[in-house]
Write a protein that binds this ligand. Structure first.
Ligand code: AMP
Ligand code: ZN
Length: 437
C-alpha cells in the first residue's frame, strides 16, 4: 500500500526529535498555564516555579492531574490563559447539566486544531476530490465544526448535514455524490438499516469511506458496518477538553489510532494508583495539550481506558498508536454519542416532588440506535388509576430530562415499591447494550 501524508515531515519525525519538540512545547505550555488563575494556583501549590523545572519529559509527572471536576470548578473563565478579546470560539462538553466544561479557542488554536483534523482525514487516504458529508451534531459539541473545518482544510467539498433524517441524508448523498461520511457508529448502522426502506440501492451511492467515533464500539461493529455499508471505516478519537476530534485517528493500516504527539503528550496510568504504566499495559489515558493558547490543560484524566502499541506502524508515522477505547473508569454513559452521567438523571427526577424514592436507568439497543428509559416510582400521593395526571407527570419528567441531558428519554412510572430494591449498593443503571469490544 502507498501511504499518503498531509505533513510528512511532522508525521514521520524521528522519535528523538519528536520528544525534544514535546519537551520544549511543554515548557511553553507551562509558561502559558501560569497565565490562568487555575493553573497559577495549582502549579504554585505543587512547587513548580516555571519552565526551568522541566528538564526531561519525566518532570511532567510533577504536575498534578486535572479532572473534569476542576474544569467545572473553574467555570467560566478560571482556566482562561489569554485576554478575553483574543478568544473567538467556545465549545462545551455534551450532556452536562448545570456547569458545563467549557473550552475557549484563540484564532491560532482553531487553526492548529483544523490542521490535526486535516492530517487525520488525509491519513485515511482521502483527498480534495472527496465529497464529505458530516452526519454528526453541529453546535457546542466539537464533532461537527471540528470535522467541518478539518475537511475544508483538506479541500474536500463539505456537506454540513448534521445527524438525523435518513431520507434527507440519502438525498444529499445522491445529489452531491458523497464519498466520505462521518457519524457515530450507531448512526452509521441506523443509516444502513434505512436504505431498503428508503428505496436506496447501494449502487446509487459513491460512498467509499466512513469515520466513526464519539462513542465506544467494537472491532466486530466496525466489520459489520464495513460489510453492510461497503465502506472502509476508520476509528476517530477525541474529547472536547483536548479540542475534540483529531486527537487520535486510524491511518490506512486501520490498526490502532495514531495519537498526534506533536500536539499532545499522552501517558497511560493505573487508574487506582495513578502511577504511569509501562508501555503496552492498559490503563487510563492522560493527555496534555501542548500548543493551545487560550485554554491550556495539563495532565487531563480522560477516564478512557486504552494502551499503546509497542510496534511501529507500517505506514511509517512515528507518532504512537493507541488501541480502541475499551471502557471508562467512571460511570459516564454515552448514549447515541451524547455523554450522560447517571447523577444528572437522578438530580432531575429527585427534584420533582411527585416522584418516589426508587428509580432505574435502562439503556438498550433499539435497532442500531441506543434507547434510554428512565423508570421511576411515583410518590404515595399519586393515584395510579388516574391516567390524566399520570400522563402529565410523565410528560413533565420527559421534558425536564430532555432539557437537561439533551436526550429524549422514555419515561415509565411505577407504583411505590414496584421497582426492584437491591440489597447491597443500589443498582441504578442497567446497560444491556452488547459489549463485544
Ligand atoms: P466529548 O467530550 O463530548 O467529545 O466526549 C469525549 C468522550 O467520548 C471520550 O472521552 C470518550 O469516552 C468518548 N469517545 C470519543 N471518541 C471515541 C472513540 N472513537 N471510541 C470510544 N470512545 C470515544
Ligand atoms: Zn499508521
Amino acid at each position: 500500500m502507498t501511504y499518503q501524508y498531509w505533513d510528512k515531515e511532522t508525521e514521520t519525525l524521528p522519535r528523538g526529535d519528536l520528544e525534544a519538540f514535546q519537551l520544549s512545547s511543554l515548557r511553553a505550555a507551562v509558561v502559558r498555564a501560569f497565565g490562568s488563575p487555575f493553573y497559577a494556583a495549582r502549579l504554585a501549590e505543587a512547587g513548580i516555579g516555571g519552565p526551568e523545572d522541566f528538564r526531561t519529559q519525566a518532570d511532567l509527572r510533577r504536575i498534578p492531574f486535572t479532572t473534569k471536576g476542576d474544569l467545572r470548578a473553574a467555570f467560566p473563565y478560571g482556566m482562561l490563559a489569554v485576554p478575553k478579546d483574543e478568544i473567538i470560539r467556545l465549545h462545551a462538553s455534551s450532556g452536562t447539566t448545570g456547569v458545563p466544561t467549557t473550552i475557549y479557542f484563540a484564532k491560532k488554536d482553531l487553526e492548529r486544531w483544523s490542521s490535526y483534523v486535516a492530517r487525520s482525514i488525509y491519513s485515511t487516504g482521502c483527498t480534495r476530490s472527496d465529497v464529505f458529508q458530516n452526519m454528526i451534531t453541529y453546535g457546542l459539541f466539537t464533532g461537527g465544526l471540528g470535522f467541518h473545518y478539518g475537511a475544508e482544510e483538506v479541500g474536500m467539498l463539505v456537506i454540513p448535514s448534521g445527524p438525523g433524517n435518513t431520507a434527507r441524508q440519502f438525498r444529499l448523498m445522491k445529489d452531491f455524490g458523497t464519498t466520505v461520511v462521518h457519524a457515530t457508529p450507531s448512526f452509521l448502522l441506523h443509516v444502513q438499516s434505512k436504505m431498503e426502506e428508503e428505496g436506496v440501492a447501494r449502487s446509487e451511492l459513491a460512498l467509499r469511506k466512513a469515520f466513526a467515533g464519539a462513542e465506544p464500539y467494537s472491532e466486530d461493529t466496525r466489520r459489520r458496518i464495513e460489510k453492510l455499508l461497503a465502506v472502509d471505516v476508520y476509528n476517530s478519537y477525541g474529547l472536547s477538553e483536548m479540542n475534540g476530534p483529531g486527537v487520535a485517528f486510524e491511518c490506512q493500516a486501520k490498526d490502532g489510532m495514531h495519537l498526534w504527539e506533536d500536539g499532545y503528550i499522552a501517558e497511560i496510568v493505573d487508574p487506582d494508583t495513578l502511577e504511569v504504566l509501562p508501555e503496552g499495559e492498559t490503563g487510563e489515558l492522560v493527555l496534555t495539550i501542548l500548543c493551545r493558547e487560550a485554554t491550556p490543560i495539563l495532565r487531563y484524566r480522560t477516564r478512557d481506558l486504552t494502551s499503546f502499541y509497542t510496534e511501529v506502524c507500517p505506514c511509517g508515522r512515528t507518532h504512537r498508536r493507541i488501541r480502541r477505547i475499551t471502557g471508562r473508569t467512571d460511570d459516564m454513559l454515552i448514549i447515541n454519542g451524547v455523554n450522560v452521567f447517571p447523577s444528572q438523571i437522578e438530580e432531575v427526577i429527585m427534584a420533582m416532588g411527585e416522584v418516589g424514592n426508587n428509580y432505574l436507568i435502562v439503556v438498550e439497543k433499539d435497532g442500531a440506535l441506543d434507547r434510554l428509559t428512565v423508570k421511576t416510582e411515583v410518590g404515595p400521593d399519586i393515584f395510579m388509576d388516574d391516567a390524566r395526571p399520570l400522563n402529565a407527570l410523565r410528560e413533565r419528567i420527559r421534558k425536564t430530562l430532555q432539557a437537561s441531558i439533551s436526550i429524549n428519554p422514555h419515561v415509565e412510572l411505577h407504583e411505590p415499591g414496584a421497582l426492584p430494591v437491591s440489597e447491597g449498593k443500589a443498582k441504578r443503571v442497567v446497560d444491556s447494550r452488547p459489549k463485544d469490544v
